[in-house]
Design a protein around this ligand. Sequence first.
Ligand SMILES: Nc1ncnc2c1ncn2[C@@H]1O[C@H](COP(=O)(O)OP(=O)(O)OP(=O)(O)O)[C@@H](O)[C@H]1O
Ligand SMILES: [Mg+2]
Length: 451
Amino acid sequence: MAKILVVDDERNIRATLGDILGDEGHEVCFAENGDRALGAIPEEDPDVVLLDIQLPRRDGLSVLEEIKKRGYDCEVIMISGHGTIESAVRAIKIGAYHFLQKPLAMIEVRQLVRHAAEAKQQRDELRTLRGKDVRRYEIVGKSRAVAALREQILKVAPTTGRVLITGESGTGKELVAWAIHRHSERHDRPFVKVNCAAIPRNLIESELFGHEKGAFTGATATKKGKFEVADRGTLLLDEIGDMDLNTQTKVLRAIQEGELERVGGTKTIKVDVRILAATHRDLREMIADGSFREDLYYRLCVLPVHVPPLAQRPDDIPLLATHFLSGYCRDNGVAPRQFTDEALQLLTGLRYRGNIRELRNIVERAAILSTGAEISGSFLRSLMEPDRGPPGHDLFVTTRPLAEAKESLERVYVSTQLEIHGWDIPRTASALGLQRTNLHRKIKSLGIERP
Ligand SMILES: Nc1ncnc2c1ncn2[C@@H]1O[C@H](COP(=O)(O)OP(=O)(O)OP(=O)(O)O)[C@@H](O)[C@H]1O
Ligand SMILES: [Mg+2]
């Protein structure tokens, strides 16, 4: 349970919130004005602060600003009365977690505080583990969809059940896998990842199961496979839909029996590995056309977790964009920058086929190319539509031989897709239904250059 600081000048609101949250098992403390609150935070170290917007002397917004400025690590939920909704929206921009509206609805209070506390706790755990890498592994978002996802992660994580994580490309499947490991009993054991799409077919078995010295040309020493490396920990089989049938059979055995042999080896090795699998493909469709083993599917999909596409959680876009922008500035040691409201609105209105990865790319591109402290909507627009039309728009309106147009179209399309997929060649190739070597050839022949 969490520690909550309630800041409100009305005694009966403090009492009501104290009761509701106390019944939930939280530890609650109080402050009746902003200055008291700022004094109490370093002493009490609350996880969540419930902060009234209308306070005597110093209003809630300025308290919030001060909390952020001083870097106090707590989630702040604003309480807005009649007519202060606009301020509440501003508060979100400053970095409040969310807001509650008076009159307070008990269910909403409970739920929101629980979500905020979970977000804070998740951050704490990551911090102790990864030092300054924390933010990279944080699941950002406060939409209903993300709250539900977080709850699901917390539910499946402590079990040893195998989890199949599905969702479109770039939705955060890998992040979810990592969060599951972090919240499991195996969290202090290794988390190992294999990208089944990125490893050539002839090497995947040795990658997964290891090999003995001399097993094949190039096997100059004995090597442990990822299953062995992940022993007593967690193994993520990423892009499992790209694994060939032959390897699927061997993986099935390793999972079922908990044992394997290295390539070229005869000794049976026992392993205790929790398996997580992820894919953007429809495995049921693949089962139907014979390219995925049904028995393996049922082994992997004991606990299904679906990561929703960004289109189903547009509320998260401003938050994600701000998160990526500040992350970029911090990592690159440049002065902090901000999106204007208009820019955030523009970003929220876009369609992201590449989901969060695409949003991240757009934000980083804007961060690289912008100069001032603010990134405006018109600047973003100029980045996205250099010729005032959608990308490649001139292709459709200038007349020329079809063959030439086709080539231009291909160039625009392939380079856009490469960008969407962060120039990850295996992933782009898989998304376009190409062999990697073919994609390489196309990049060369179309004269596409990495920006
Ligand atoms: N909720 C989130 N909060 C913050 N960052 C996120 C979130 N979801 C995804 N990201 C970021 O977006 C990028 C893509 O996420 P990730 O690699 O987990 O997606 P994926 O679903 O595995 O994609 P693919 O199917 O292409 O492998 C990463 O940089 C990740 O850190
Ligand atoms: Mg992935």
